[in-house]
Structures are given as C-alpha cells and as structure tokens.
Design a protein around this ligand. Structure first.
Ligand code: PEP
Ligand code: MG
Length: 876
C-alpha cells in the first residue's frame, strides 16, 4: 500500500477528491500545491496507516518511508532535518476526512534539540530560537509525553511575574533560555526527557497524533456530531514556517465570504508577529483582516487573489489559514468554511447567481442543520430588553438563547441532565468543553475572536454564541462581574448571538420565521428536485396550519389519543367510557357520544386547515391504562368519583380499572387490538371522522380522510376493523345524502405485518410505516426506557453507531421496510407508501426512504422544511 503523499508548490499526487484517504487537510494541501499555491512543503501519511497503527504501533515500513519523504522536503528546501548548520523543522498535525476542529493533537517545531537550537539561533537570533525551543518542549511534553500543561504554565507565569511583565512577547532571549532550562526541570520532575534525536521526536510525534484519534474528547466530538465510519486520522508533516519573525511576519485565518451572514467579502483575522496557535486558541484578540490591506498591501493583494482562485476552484466558500514569514505568504490550509444557516442560504444562492454552481448543487450546499438554525427562535422584542443589556461582545453565532449561568462544562452537562437550560460562560473554551457546550443553550466567552474555538464550534451547531466579551470579569469559582452587575451561578442570562448583546434576566423568545424571499427561492429548487412528498404529524388545527406554512402536503399521522388527553373534560369522558362495563348502558353511550362530539369538532378544524390535502387519521392506539392516574390516592379518588357517576360500587370500578394494567403494555391491549376488543371505540371514531368530513364538504371544503389502523399483525385484524369503518361510512352517507371519498390503510409496525404485507395490501389502500414501534418490535428494544438503561452505553461504546430510534437502523429495521414495500407492491402496484415514525424527520433516514421507493415521509411540523431539503438532497 502507498502510505505517504508528498506535496510542494506545483507538485502532488494527492488531490481534493482523496479526503477519505488523506483527510480533509491533507487532500486540500495537495490540491493547493497542485494549483501552484505556496504551501510549505511536506507530506501526508494516510488514514489507512491509522488503521494499521491500532493497537498503537507504527508499522515497521513507515519509518523508512518517512525518512525518504523527509529527504524529499530537504532537497526542496535546501535544509536538513537535525542539522545544526541548516536546520529544517517540522510540524505534525492531525486531519481526518471530516473536520474536527482542535479535537486531536498537534506538535510544532520538531527537530530542535540542544545542538540544533544553537545553529537555529545563529540563523534567526537567540530570542527566536529559544522561543521555538521552549514551545517545542511545552507541546511535546504535553501532547506526546502527557506532562500536565499547567506545570509549564506555572513556570511561565512565575517568570513573567518575577520580571514584572505582562505578555510573552516581552520576554527576552535570556528569559527564554532560562525558560528552556526550567521546562527541562519540569520534564525531570515528571520523570521524562525530550528525545535529543530529531527522528525519535518525529516518530513519537506521529505516534501521538494517531493516538489522539481515540482520546476521549475526540470520541465525544464524533459522538455528538454523529461522525461515524471514518478510517481514522491522517497525519500531515509539514515544514515549519513562522509568523513570529517580527513585524513583516504574521498569521491569520480568513473566510472567502462572511460566515455569519454570507456577504461577499474577505472576512477574518490577522495577528502581526504571532504563531497560528495564538489565533486559533483565541488567546489574543486579533485585528480584522481588512486592516492588513494597509499594513501589508502586497501580501493582502496576493491573499485576495489566492482566495478568489481557491473559491472558484473549490466551488464553495473557503476557510483559509495562512502565515506570512518575513514578507512571504504561505497557504497552510483551506477547507469549505463552516457557516451559519443564514450564511449558508445566502452563499448557495449567490454562488448559483455567480454561475459557480447549478441549482442542484445549491440545494446540496445547504445542510439540514442550517435550515434548523434558520428556524431557530429569536427574541420576542429586541427593544424591550435595552435597559437590561449588560455588555456586548462579538456576535459569533446568531440566534437567541436564554438559560441559567454555569461556569464549567461539567456543570453545564450536569444541569442539563436535571432538566435545566443553561448558558455556559468561560474565559475561552477548549476542545475539552465540547460536551458542556453542546448541553448549553448558548455560549459566552470573554476572550477570543470570531474564529476562536467557541465561535467555530457554536456556529457549526447553530448555537447562539457571544465571544470576546472583554468587559466581563469572571471569577471562575462562582461569579461573573459586569460593570456594576454581579451575576452568580444559576442566575438567568440571555444572549443575542446575532447582535453580540449579553442581557440580564430571562428574556422572552419567539419562534423563528420560516418564510422569506431567500428561503422561498431555495425551497422552490428543493421542491423541484425531490420525489418524496412531505407530510406532517399533527393532532390540532394549529399544528396543521404551522405545518402547512412550512410546506407540508398533508397530514401523515393524526394521533387521535392526543385529542383525548387535551382537556380534563375529555379525559373524564374517556375514563367513564372505559370504566363502564355494560356496552349498551346509558353511561357508556353518553360517554361515547361526548367523545364523538369532541373528535368531530377537532376533525372539522383539521380538515378545514388542510383543505384539499390528505389527512391521515389513526384510530386509538395506546393501552387504556395510560388514561388512568398512577396507583395511589389519585386513583382512589377517581374510583370513588366514577362509582358515583356510574351508580356502581367502588370495588367494581377498582377491579375493572386495575384489570387494565398489564405487565408488558407496549405489547399488550393496544392498537387495533383495542378496536377489536372494543369495537364501539372504532365505530365512534369512524363516525366522528365521516360526520366531520361530510360537514366540511357541505360547507364547500375538500376533504381526503385516510383512516389508518394501528399495530395490525394479521389479515383478520385488518378485515375486522375495515368492516366497521366501511359500515360507519355507509351510515353517515345514508343519513347525510353525501358520499365522501376516503381511504383505509394500515400501519406497518410489527414484523409480522411487514412479512404479511402481500396479503395486507389486498385490504389496504395504503401502508404507513410506524418505525417507532417497528424499531421497538424488530430490535426488541423498549422505546420507553432503553435510552437510560443501556442504549446510551451502546452508542458510547460503539456497539451501536447511532440511536436506532433517532436514525433508522437501515440494515435491520430497514430490511423489514424493504420486504413490506416489495410484497405490498407485488400485490398492489399502486399501493401508497409512507412513513410516520420519528425517522420521517431525520435526514439520513429520509435518504433511505427515498431509496426504497416510499411515496412520502411524515414528520413534526417544525421539521417539515428540513425533511423537504433532505428529500431533495436524497434525490439529487
Ligand atoms: C410509530 O410507531 O412509529 C408511530 C408513528 O406510532 P406511535 O409513535 O404513536 O406509536
Ligand atoms: Mg406506533
């Protein structure tokens, strides 16, 4: 196998299509080199080597191959690795196929030792050389040898205090020389040593980077971002270039368009006389990139030309890192830039208008999570909180967030687990904090710029973030001090990530706007590209209307039990219905009549809201005990009340209601089994549906009721329920003189139904896959308590890649779906097929449903636009 791909200006065998093998960073370095951009020469070790590496040993052959590749760079640079007379230094960095900012390890300045540093100093001066050497000692110690970072920091802080200086740059050559000696003492105290052999440094550095693929924070990041199926990280070994060689040097990060709003402008930050790490870590707050045009006009022009070329070549907005070493520009990295939802939309539309991409490519460029952000809440009234604004920072990631203050990532996770909404406030964030950042509603930092860790990560997730809020003083134990305001842990705080405002108290939020010109334009392309229809799960006219504005093409699931739960009056009627034994008693008939009236009114509202579109109504599904209170005093009171209402004894009511409790209710008397044991319920619901439909038709509306029987396993069950429904339809048609067209279908929720789909299709106009139950029943995993009991362990340990209730288990449960599709369509080619489980709103599951040929997906009203986009992306 080929383990190494070298790159240098104008030369490389690698290219941007090889991300799986070379990682994102490596593939793009090769691509930039091919395009003739000035990249520091180096080489990429492939992700396949990462696979060879585990369990934690570099393959024998790699060593010679690395030596060979280094020789190539030496020839290119006219320098020599480990040679004091003309030293060549390297950086070693990680880079997987999917970007994981800051999650894995990096070592810089490899190749320095006690001897080389002398030669290096002769070339670049003592101060610079010993500064590099102390950085190597610190990074190598921390990353490769596991010496606590704080041990080094303590020495540095003490030295600065003793010298009465504030900034690292104020340290002189002697200070740095002494720091090198002190750092060596730290090594000694930890029982370690910096290898003096540069090759040993190199191999240990490569080893550490491969190892960092599986450190906890990297695993956590992949877990949160659902990054699975990667081979590992690649390793990029590259000639060091320096942005800290004085005032003609510097380093920066920039985007080819504004990542917050999509404006077409070079956007980013630059630090004179600094190393890349200083910018990315957010330790110093840098200057806006545009000021570079005044300070280094020539370099700025070159950078602008490079980035314009790169954007055209990559056909997407780029995020670029660069370094200027003594007036020479080096391109260090480029990748498709992370952006907010607003920017993603703007950029996709603009690139299409500029002719760089076509409409389908524009649709592919906006990710489902970007739309999620566009649909995010904002503050109800921004004028209202003006007097509560404490301070203002950088508007790093837009949207409104409200929560209670916490000061550590662990607290954020803990509070969230108890059901609190939190705002995480830190000096700056680090990759260690990702768990807590994810658990927070919003993130606030007092240091770092728009490209700091907090900003980049929050933007990726669409979480509101305000950073670089320098007016804040955090006393990390428990306090934030604003100007006059002191805030403590647990206090309410609001963040406006769109304006950068930090606001005292719990400000009111409003739902996000879903319509709008730009979004409308993209969604028109989306709708043209997709084949799947998108319906919604809604049980009220209000939800139905929201879904309709979001583009839903009908209701795919109306869970009628939700209507029963919605008021006390209704629950009371349900309880009377189930407590009364005698089928034709007045009490039973009255209770059924009450429920029918409630349902009829609801259905009229929903039919009206969805005028002209299909409305799929599911018959009562849950086990009846769900309508009862827990055993105890509430239950006793209920029995007493029902006994008096139904003129019977408490004991009889008790016996009847307790008889409803089951050991295994999810596999008990529910779904169509209820309608078979209690046909009066099915009849009542069917009558309500047809009466409502008739009334709406008579008022000039258009209705398409699709009645759906849940949890069917056998054809006889289906026949039983279908007969009741047809009878009710006939009864209403006779009484009203109006015939309403309707369909009757079944849900496919148990494996037996999927297997029997051929026969069920003879009795059904449509199938709707209830993938929540189908997952539960196929997997044998309880949808109610598996998460807490073991599913989270499974996903953490990688026994399952994802939660199967979240993303469809394509190879198992998906197989059931495929079987049912094939057998159903074999019987009835025009059988309508849809899915209404939670997976109907999950983009990767939608891709599968598109592939197996379903006609529609149905999801919650707020996810409808995302499902439309996912359906389009699946079809393109
Ligand atoms: C399902 O099982 O997927 C479904 C849609 O029904 P419910 O979630 O109501 O059981
Ligand atoms: Mg179900």
């Amino acid at each position: 196998i080929r383990r190494i791909f070298p790159f240098s200006r104008g030369n490389s065998d690698g290219d941007k299509s090889m991300k799986e093998l070379l990682g994102g960073k490596g593939a793009n370095l090769c691509e930039m080199a091919r395009c003739g951009l000035n990249v520091p020469p180096g080489f990429t070790i492939t992700t396949e080597v990462c696979q060879e590496f585990y369990p934690e040993k570099l393959p024998e052959e790699l060593l010679a191959e690395v030596r060979n590749a280094v020789a190539g760079v030496e020839a290119e640079m006219g320098l020599k690795f480990g040679d004091p007379a003309s030293p060549l230094l390297f950086s070693v960095r990680s880079g997987a196929a999917v970007s994981m900012p800051g999650m894995m390890d990096t070592v810089l300045n490899l190749g320095l030792n006690d001897e080389v540093v002398v030669g290096f100093a002769a070339k670049y001066g003592d101060r610079f050389a010993f500064d590099c050497y102390r950085r190597l000692l610190q990074m190598f110690g921390d990353v490769v040898l596991g010496i606590p970072h704080e041990d080094f920091e303590a020495k540095l802080t003490a030295l600065k205090a003793a010298r009465g200086i504030q900034y690292d740059v104020q340290l002189d050559a002697n200070d740095l020389r002494s720091l090198v000696a002190q750092y060596k003492e730290v090594y000694e105290a930890n029982g370690k040593e910096l290898p003096q052999d540069p090759w040993e440094q190199m191999f240990m550095g490569i080893n550490a980077v491969f190892k960092s693929w599986n450190i906890p924070r990297a695993i956590k990041y992949r877990e949160i971002n659902k990054i699975t199926g990667l081979r590992g990280t690649a390793v990029n070994v590259q000639t060091m270039v320096y942005g800290n060689m004085g005032d003609t040097s510097g380093t920066g990060v920039c985007f080819t368009r504004n990542p917050a709003n999509g404006d077409r402008e070079l956007f980013g930050e630059f630090l004179i006389n600094a190393q890349g790490e200083d910018v990315v870590a957010g330790i110093r707050t840098p200057m806006p990139i545009k000021l570079m045009a005044d300070i280094m006009p020539g370099i700025y022009a070159e950078l602008a030309a490079n980035t314009t070329m790169l954007e055209k070549h990559m056909k997407d907005m780029q995020d670029v890192e660069f370094t200027v070493q003594e007036g020479r520009l080096f391109m260090l990295q480029c990748r498709n830039g992370k952006r907010t939802g607003t920017a993603a939309l703007r950029i996709a539309l603009d690139l299409e208008a500029e002719g760089l991409i076509n409409k389908d490519e524009a649709v592919l460029m906006v990710e489902p999570r970007h739309l999620d952000q566009l649909l995010h809440p904002q503050f109800e009234d921004e004028k209202k909180y003006v007097k509560d604004v404490i301070t203002r920072g950088l508007a790093a990631s837009p949207g409104a967030a409200v929560g209670r203050l916490v000061f550590s990532a662990e607290d954020a996770e803990e509070w969230k687990a108890r059901g609190e909404r939190v705002i995480l406030c830190r000096h700056e964030t680090s990759p260690e904090d990702v768990g807590g950042m994810h658990a927070s509603e919003g993130i606030l930092t007092c240091r770092g710029g728009m490209t700091s860790h907090a900003a980049v990560v929050a933007r990726g997730w669409g979480k509101p973030c305000v950073c670089g809020c320098e007016a804040l003083h955090i006393d990390l134990k428990s306090k934030v001090n604003g100007k006059e305001i002191v805030l403590n842990e647990g206090d309410w705080l609001s963040l406006n990530g769109t304006t950068g405002e930090v606001i005292n108290g719990q400000q009111a939020l409003k739902k996000a706007e879903v319509t709008g010109g730009d979004l409308g334009k993209l969604m028109a392309w989306v709708d043209k590209a997709r084949r799947l229809r998108v319906l919604t799960n809604a049980d009220t006219p209000e939800d139905a209307l929201v879904a309709r504005t979001n583009g839903a093409q009908g209701i795919g699931l109306c869970r009628t039990e939700h209507m029963f739960f919605s008021t006390h009056e209704r629950i009371a009627a349900v309880r009377r219905m189930i407590a009364e034994e005698e089928l034709d008693s007045d009490h039973k008939l009255e209770a059924l009549e009450d429920l029918k009236n409630f349902q009829r009114r609801d259905f009229e509202g929903i039919f009206t809201a969805m005028d002209g579109m299909p409305v799929t109504i599911r018959l009562l599904d849950p086990p009846l005990h769900e309508f009862l209170p827990q055993e105890g005093s509430a239950m006793d009171a209920l029995c007493a009340q029902l006994a008096s209402e139904l003129h019977t004894t408490v004991e009889r009511v008790e016996a009847r209601l307790n008889g409803l409790r089951e050991v295994n209710p999810m596999m008990g008397l529910r779904g169509c089994r209820l309608g078979i044991v209690h046909p009066e319920i099915t009849e009542m619901q069917a009558m309500a549906i047809f009466e409502a439909a008739t009334a709406v038709v008579k008022a000039g509306g258009h209705v398409h009721p699709h009645i759906m029987v849940p949890l069917v396993a056998t054809t006889d069950e289906m026949d039983h329920q279908v007969a009741i429904i047809h009878a009710a339809a006939a009864k209403v048609a006779d009484a009203s003189g109006t015939k309403v067209p309707y369909k009757v279908g079944t849900m496919i929720e148990v494996p037996r139904a999927a297997l029997q789909a051929g026969l069920l299709a003879q009795r059904a106009d449509f199938f709707s896959f209830g993938t929540n139950d189908l997952t539960q029943m196929t997997f044998g995993i309880s949808r109610d308590d598996a998460q807490a009991k073991f599913l989270s362990h499974y996903t953490r340990q990688g026994i399952l890649q994802t939660d199967p209730f979240d993303t469809l288990d394509v190879i198992g449960v998906g197989e059931m779906v495929k079987i049912a599709v094939e057998r159903g369509r074999a019987t009835k080619p025009n059988l309508e097929l849809g899915i209404c489980g939670e997976h109907g709103g999950d983009p990767s599951s939608i891709a599968f449903f598109n592939k197996v040929g379903l006609d529609y997906v149905s999801c919650s009203p707020l996810r409808v636009p995302i499902a439309r986009l996912a359906a389009a992306q699946a079809a393109i």
